[in-house]
Design a protein. Structure first.
Lengths: 130, 130
């Protein structure tokens, strides 16, 4: 049942089964850097990945290609520590505020969003870190 | 064919058919506020919505519930003007930098991501604008 704090903000027990997952049981999760505000990447979680992320503090996605849990940075060292997990109005998308070590992208760029459309061209706006 | 500018950044003609859409022909698009960096919402686009967005400068999604184009703010006046459109490494997600007029969320909140998980609770962190 909803409670309210002194400022009138609602508060309830978090229940991951109340989120809206797609047919494959997945929900998109957007990772945003806690300090720069940069959007780093988007990946997918299932109910268990959300639980693991909340319990461990290490952001854990579900890899659709490998069909397995994917603890971000486990092999690369480019870890994401959970700072805050937010839910959207339709309960079908997550925003994850993270502390990102090193590049978030497997191409060694800080963010996965590294090309931009300018006029009719697509141009690279971030280069791999050295 | 790829070209490179003076700084070595690659540059090619943008072709929306080279993006990876899901089985329904859709790609997730994350809207981020150009000035605050706030992540405002996530919605879906198809190839034609991307073209319309680029041509008009008015961010246009595909409404999955209404199965129609959805020019953001057309009825509410809470428009999104396109500032930059970015593509991720897997070419299966877009990041749209926007100038947002008023609240982005249909609940009248600035952002759709308005609850956060704290300990075992889900708490409201943004209230509707008045």
């Amino acid at each position: 049942m909803d409670r309210h704090d002194a400022k009138g903000f609602s508060q309830m027990r978090f229940d991951p089964t109340t989120l809206n997952y797609n047919a494959a049981g997945l929900i998109p999760a957007i990772a945003q850097d806690e300090s720069s505000g940069e959007v780093l990447m988007m990946a997918w979680m299932n109910q268990e990945a959300i639980r693991k992320t909340l319990q461990s503090g290490s952001v854990t996605y579900w890899s659709r290609s490998r069909q397995t849990f994917w603890i971000k940075g486990e092999s690369s060292g480019h870890t994401q520590t959970l700072i805050d997990l937010r839910v959207d109005c339709d309960r079908d998308c997550l925003l994850i505020i993270v502390r990102q070590i090193g590049p978030a992208c497997h191409t060694n760029r800080r963010s996965c969003f590294y090309t931009a459309i300018r006029e009719t061209d697509e141009i690279e706006i971030l280069q791999p870190q050295t």
